[in-house]
Design a protein around this ligand. Structure first.
Ligand code: M6R
Length: 609
């Protein structure tokens, strides 16, 4: 997730573009840059690593003056945060900014290098600049048709803005699976990844759809499909306040991020799955098949929400790869005298990649000869840097302190890892792998269905918002989801909540159950359904009110507040069953009026012991 902006009009645009980027900093902030047409036929570029203040300083040293330009604030996916990897990327007179992931970047890059192109960055985006430049050089048709031919060679997700010195006072924008909105001004046009960047200039916008492009000139926005069919679309008027706009119309970042999960999963899976072969693309996963065959034990380390993803990861690695696996919270690894050695694969799961306890565990394990794989959302953060390999989730920046989309992206990454290990070691057949990978690719759709229950969950939240305590139960991979449901509730609503393995209830927590203790049971139709149902009945028999997360069509669960989730393959259930629990916590917290995005005493990144 990155932020892009563009302007063509009569104003000097560098500072205007930077102001637009400032409104998009929530989308990425590891580097930023501008490309501005400074004189006829000439495009000047200034880029800087770090936050926008650094770009301001760079522009103070090297000012860019011109009335047509594009800008970018980056959240790295391919290539570490550095000035060379910052956008815009340039080839000849063409400058490109991009938000998304180009799936076939490796083969395109190889082709261009073979033709003599010298790359100056590690990004997938630079390829786009070279392809457009190559097509412009053929002089077949106009700017738009050159870009169309270049884009036809790409697979993946993009929102792109391009300027070309040979085509003055023009910006070309295109979109496939990443957002792009055009702002219609009076004698000026803008483009941006999101509305907040436009609101200072106009409230009349046109949303570009997937497979569409537009040529922006001062007084016109000419839309067409990527295969050249003209489109007519009237602008829409946006009446959001600037604060609402920043959150995409949602009341809180957390709610926005809950709803972003289908896209976060699509991006995390993108370009990594070969369903026909029943394989994961090895270069994307951070563990080679050779190494996979040598692993004697998988040891997950993580904290908080990431440790819940790790528990699901453990279950999958045991089930699909038949490797002994264990999970430990980072702080306890540094407290004990653990035993690691060659043959151990230590999987460090961390959204921020900076958590001090997880980092300390990584260093301990590495010093003892274990191979370390980081599963992180922030490229080139401390944990991936201290590791031997990295498997990045592509959830984009998460602003809400309570993790939601990063959690489900971790689940997706860990399931891919388990499939990869299983295939490499011959523990998982091609047919089984295909079934699971197909199910994984269908998760975004299932999540969208689950999110449609939001209104119903909101009504339940009204009923339960006054609870003092709550218990969450689940079995199998429903157990980490119960833990996560309880953690979300306590983090943002300050209601005391505990997550338990359903089978453990009778070993203690059952003593707490009465009519004052609502119990949330994760009870989808899976292999553990009947046993979980027995627990549910035990709870009901003690007068507790039950909220049950059940599979669509399940008519056997009666006398409870049921929340239905779509029927999916058992391996991907946790990615779907967690959604109603995130929504329940969110709505309860909102009813209680707590600070949902910045709950008391919590920090997004915990860099202290
Ligand atoms: O950045 P990490 O994933 O390593 O963070 C670990 C925990 O601090 C984090 O998951 C925490 O529990 C969140 N507040 C969860 O919502």
């Amino acid at each position: 997730m990155c932020g892009i902006v563009g302007y063509v009009g009569d104003k000097d645009c560098a500072s205007l573009l930077v102001e637009g980027l400032r409104k998009l900093e929530y989308r990425g902030y590891d580097s930023a840059g501008l490309a501005v047409e400074t004189s006829a036929g000439k495009v000047g570029v200034v880029r800087a690593v770090g936050k926008l203040a650094n770009l301001d300083a760079a522009l103070a040293k090297t000012p860019l003056s011109g009335k047509t330009g594009i800008g970018h604030t980056r959240w790295a996916t391919h290539g570490r945060p550095s000035e060379a990897n910052a956008h815009p990327h340039v080839a000849g007179n063409v400058a490109v900014v991009h938000n998304g992931i180009i799936e076939n970047h490796v083969e395109l890059r190889r082709g261009l290098e073979a033709a003599g192109v010298k790359f100056t960055s590690d990004t997938d985006t630079e390829i786009v600049a070279h392809l457009v430049h190559e097509e412009m050089g053929k002089k077949q048709g106009d700017f738009a048709s050159s870009v169309r031919r270049a884009l036809a060679r790409l697979r993946g997700a993009y929102a792109i803005a391009i300027v070309c010195g040979d085509v003055p006072e023009t910006i070309l924008v295109a979109k496939n699976a990443s957002p792009l909105v055009i702002g219609i001004g009076d004698g000026e046009m803008m483009a941006a990844s999101d509305i907040p960047a436009l609101l200072a200039h106009t409230r009349d916008v046109i949303f570009l759809e997937d497979g569409e492009m537009a040529v922006l000139e001062k007084k016109s926005a000419t839309l067409s499909t990527l295969d050249g069919k003209p489109i007519t679309r009237a602008p829409k008027r946006i009446d959001w306040s600037p604060a609402q706009a920043e959150k995409g119309g949602f009341k809180h970042f957390m709610l926005k991020e809950i709803f972003e999960q289908p896209r976060a999963i699509e991006d995390t899976l993108r370009g990594r799955i070969d369903v026909t072969a029943g394989e994961i693309v090895e270069e994307e996963i951070g563990v080679t098949a050779t190494l996979a065959k040598k692993i004697a034990r998988v040891y997950f380390v993580a904290c908080g929400t990431s440790s819940h993803a790790a528990i699901a990861g453990r279950y999958w690695v045991e089930q699909l790869a038949r490797i002994p696996a264990t999970v430990e919270i980072g702080s306890e690894v540094r407290t004990r005298e653990p035993v690691f050695g060659p043959g151990d694969l230590v999987v460090a799961v961390s959204q921020s990649g900076e958590t001090a306890d997880t980092l300390a565990a990584v260093r301990t394990a590495k010093a003892m000869g274990a191979h370390i794989l980081a599963v992180a959302n922030v490229l080139d953060s401390a944990i991936p840097r201290a590791s031997d390999g990295a498997l990045y989730t592509h959830a984009g920046p998460e602003i809400g302190v309570a993790s939601t989309k990063c959690f489900t992206a971790q689940l997706a990454a860990l399931l891919m890892l388990a499939v990869h290990l299983g295939r490499a070691r011959g523990a998982l057949s091609k047919e089984e792998a295909r079934r699971i990978l197909d199910a994984l690719l269908a998760v975004p759709h299932a999540m969208r269905d689950a999110l449609e229950e939001a209104e119903h969950v909101k009504n339940l939240a009204r009923k339960y918002a006054r609870a003092r305590d709550m218990l969450f139960l689940g079995r199998g991979t429903g157990f980490p989801i119960a833990l996560e449901g309880a953690l979300k509730l306590k983090e943002i609503s300050y209601i005391h909540a505990e997550g338990y393995a359903a089978g453990e209830m009778k070993h203690g927590p059952i003593a707490l159950i009465d009519e004052e203790m609502p119990v949330v049971v994760v009870a989808p139709r899976d292999a553990h359904y009947e046993k979980t149902m027995s627990n549910l009945h035990e709870v009901r028999a003690r007068e507790a009110q039950v909220i049950a997360v059940v599979s669509e069509g399940d008519k056997d669960v009666v006398g409870v507040d049921a929340i239905r989730v779509p029927v999916v393959e058992p391996e991907v259930l946790p990615l779907v069953t967690v959604i109603p629990l995130q929504l329940l916590s969110y709505f309860i917290a909102d009813i209680k009026g707590t600070d949902v995005d910045q709950p008391r005493n919590l920090a997004k990144t915990v860099t202290v012991e």
